[in-house]
Design a protein around this ligand. Structure first.
Ligand code: PRT
Ligand code: ZN
Length: 294
């Protein structure tokens, strides 16, 4: 087996672009060409396995790949289907490709609540996750497995409702369906097995995840700079999202005014800026943070 760390990622699809982007932000240099299954990272001993997302958890479990990036929804489904045979666990959450696995039914139809599902069929690509949810909630319904076009099932009487991934909600709306229950909040996750990696690979893994953590942390982070009356320091500090110790700098020539600078680790909304202004803040600047390592 190669001494290079192997990371399996989706070759093409909704996860692929963001997985590539996260790795490039970690400073990995590679190019993905044509039909190749393997992309070599030039500046670190890492090889990327470019595969379908359904194969990733299995590859990690079998030791074909040391790590994988996959939707939590796909990992959980594999875990339910394969049970204890699957040796692939969540190492860390990556914060992209967020979506919800929802139960949805025709708007204004017979199914509006969980209880209405009793005795009906539910079309889904996630029979394992759905089956577990139904058992836990003591609902007696039958999952019907479909690999695609799940949203069409109610229209052609394959099932009365569906259990599918939703992000913007446009697909449900276009098909006259309405979500009435979320059964899983999913995002991309880094997965690995419980097997030890060996010292060399472990060192590469440590470097990679330290950078990944920094990329995830800096994604929503902004550096906020503003001037404010000294009397408002506490109010303004409280308004800065996800910042614990802002830097306060006196402004020469004006004893009543200070400059406040802070790293905000949560999204800075327009509403936050408006509230800061209402509390006397002036000259507010919000700038992106490219890299952050504590
Ligand atoms: O070819 P391969 O097997 O690798 O890919 P795939 O076709 O199985 O998966 P792909 O690329 O569609 O999705 C990969 C992963 O992206 C999923 O497993 C999720 O973790 C994540 N993801 C995030 C989504 C969505 N958002 C999503 N909206 N996967 C699918 N959808 C579909 C959903 O099934 C529905 O058909 O998009 C439609 C709904 O989208 P909205 O925006 O209209 O609500
Ligand atoms: Zn797939």
């Amino acid at each position: 087996m190669t001494s290079r760390l192997r990371l399996a990622i989706q070759k093409k699809g909704r996860l692929a672009e963001e997985s590539f982007a996260a790795l490039k932000n970690c400073g990995l240099r590679f190019s993905v060409r044509g039909d190749g299954l393997l992309a070599r990272v030039n500046n670190m001993p890492i090889d990327l396995l470019l595969v379908r997302d359904d194969d990733i958890a299995g590859f990690v479990s079998e030791g074909v790949s040391d790590l994988g990036i996959v939707g939590e929804n796909v990992l959980l489904e594999e875990q339910y289907v394969q049970g204890s045979k699957l040796d692939a666990q969540i190492d860390r959450r990556l914060g992209f490709s967020r979506c919800r696995l929802c139960l949805a039914a025709p708007e204004n139809g017979n199914i509006q609540t969980l209880q209405d599902l009793n005795g009906t069929r539910i079309a889904t690509s996630y029979p394992g996750v759905l089956g577990n949810f139904l058992t836990k909630n003591e609902i007696d319904a039958i999952p019907v497995t479909m690999k695609g076009a799940v949203e069409l099932a109610p229209r052609i009487d394959i099932a009365a409702s569906i259990c599918d991934l939703v992000s913007s909600g446009a697909t449900l709306e276009a098909n006259g369906l309405k979500a009435f229950q979320t059964i899983l909040e999913s995002e991309a996750v880094l997965i690995k097995s419980d097997r030890p990696m060996g010292r060399d690979k472990q060192a590469v893994y440590d470097r990679l995840v330290r950078r990944l953590d920094a990329v995830i942390r800096s994604k929503d982070s902004k550096y906020v700079m503003l001037n404010a009356p000294r009397s408002k320091i506490d109010d303004i500090t409280r308004l800065l999202p996800g910042s614990d110790a802002p830097t306060i700098i006196p402004l020469p020539g004006d004893d009543n005014l200070v400059a406040i600078q802070a790293v905000c680790t949560e999204t800075v909304f327009w509403e936050t800026l408006e509230a800061l202004k209402d509390n006397g803040a002036r000259s507010i600047l919000v700038v992106p943070i490219e890299k952050m390592m504590s």
